[in-house]
Design a protein. Structure first.
Length: 458
């Protein structure tokens, strides 16, 4: 389950990641609280979140191309320095009597830009830390770390804001980036599984886009990830609506549901970490299970039943994310790794932008229960359609391979060689089998093995 921790470099990375994630969530809660205290408007808080997420939709293709072209270690270090500097600037702004949100929004936007450019590089660098054999395990443990850091960060922020003020919390987040910088500098260079940079002719943004659009299994996987990430998740919206509405649970019930969801994310991460492989069939099965769980959540008679359902649904969400990330990275060419990670980031950002308002509108117009049931039906249909599409792609791959094998040039056996008249031995009959072309647009083996030997992390 914890095999990635065998690596010295990953141990450094995991510890620093825990510190950094905790600091990030401390700052997120403190910043939201500061904006809310200035504007007394939840819409204003949402605007800050949109400004932070929007750059990923616009800049990810360029960021992915840069990650495939440049050494990623310097990019990672530069991003940590930039994010730390922005946190310090935020702390200075918060020291005074803040009356407007303009500076806070500007820093949220700048932080989003830095995050958009560093995301694909962080993904590539993470693969270099552990190598292809332990990548899925590292991604799963990363989900556990993120869940634990989120719980710890929000808890610490709630305790530290009254003691140190929001500026003190921002300075704490700035210090957390030093842990990542130290970890990267202390890593053993000889133990990194360096991914070769893309060749000069393969570095363009269009190359990555063409690969994604011409790879049917990847398109289906990303489409399913979008549906599950938008309508099949975003329980911050639906849990709040259910607690305030049909469940009559109030703020206390919402807190209980949030804890249950957090427990589920940790369990999902541990399950994914314990598996040696994360095949696409697991993604499909878990997507159906999560969708059925959402249907059950919509008809929950009380808060206890809803909380029980939330645990496996949250676990499924982590398994889905980890499986999509693993397959997208391992089953794609290494020189396109950054651009594939960027494309996945755009899918996640789009799902995060579409899901909350859509579920909120459904909850307001149809009621929270109907919103959950309808969303569950849609995601169930999406998961079944994805299953059908991937099976069709796999069958097409097998059919093409069989056709190529049948049409290969056969070895012709001579019935009776003519006697040598010149004293020379007859030339032996030879035949080279026609090799099957490399196919980038087919579904990888459903066992989870990479589609090609070249599709590896290092």
């Amino acid at each position: 389950m914890f095999r990635s921790l065998r690596h010295h470099n990953y141990r450094l990375w995991a510890v620093s990641d825990m510190v950094s994630v905790t600091g990030t969530w401390m700052q997120a809660l403190a910043l939201n609280w500061l904006i809310l205290s200035i504007t007394h408007s939840a819409t204003s808080v949402g605007l800050g979140l949109v400004l932070n997420a929007a750059p990923a939709l616009l800049l990810s293709p360029l960021a992915g191309a840069l990650a495939d072209r440049l050494p990623v270690r310097p990019i990672v270090l530069a991003a940590q320095v930039a994010q730390g500097g922005l946190a310090v600037l935020l702390a200075f702004i918060a020291v005074g009597d803040v009356q407007t949100t303009g500076g806070l929004y500007a820093i949220s936007l700048a932080s989003g830009v830095v995050g958009a450019f560093s995301g694909p590089a962080l993904g590539r660098f993470g693969a270099e830390v552990v190598g292809p054999d332990d990548l899925s395990n590292a991604l799963a443990l990363g989900s556990v770390i993120n869940s634990a850091g989120r719980i710890l960060g929000m808890s610490l922020a709630g305790a530290l804001i009254p003691l140190l003020g929001v500026s003190g919390v921002f300075m704490g987040n700035a210090a957390s980036f030093l842990a990542v910088i130290a970890a990267v500098l202390l890593m053993r260079r000889g133990e990194l599984h360096v991914i070769p940079a893309a060749a000069a002719s393969e570095r363009g943004i269009a190359d990555g886009l063409r690969y994604v659009l011409r790879t049917p299994w990847l398109l289906v996987t990303f489409a399913l990830a979008f549906m599950m990430g938008s309508l099949g998740r975003n329980y911050q919206v639906t849990m709040a609506a259910m607690s305030d509405g049909p469940l009559h649970a109030g703020a206390g019930g919402y807190g209980v549901l949030s804890v249950a969801f957090a427990i589920g994310t940790v369990l999902g991460g541990l399950y994914a970490a314990a598996r040696a492989r994360l095949p696409l069939r697991l993604l499909l099965a878990v997507s159906v299970a999560a969708s059925v769980g959402q249907l059950l959540a919509g008809v929950s008679p009380g808060v206890v039943f809803f909380a029980i359902v939330m645990v496996p649904v949250a676990a499924a969400a982590v398994i889905i994310d980890t499986t999509v990330s693993t397959r997208a990275q391992l089953d794609s060419p290494s020189h396109l790794r950054g651009r594939v990670i960027a494309a996945q980031g755009m899918v996640g950002a789009a799902a995060g932008a579409v899901g909350p308002p859509a579920l909120g509108a459904l909850s307001d117009t149809l009621g929270p229960r109907a919103a959950l049931v309808l969303a569950g039906v849609i995601t169930t249909v999406a998961a079944l359609l994805a299953t059908y599409a991937l099976l069709r792609i796999k069958r097409a791959r097998v059919s093409v391979a069989t056709t190529l094998d049948v049409n290969a040039v056969p070895v012709q056996a001579a019935a009776a060689p003519a006697p040598a008249t010149s004293g020379a031995a007859p030339a032996p009959a030879t035949s080279a089998a026609v090799p099957a072309p490399t196919m980038s647009g087919v579904v990888p083996a459903m066992s989870g093995a990479p589609a090609a030997a070249g599709s590896r992390a290092g």
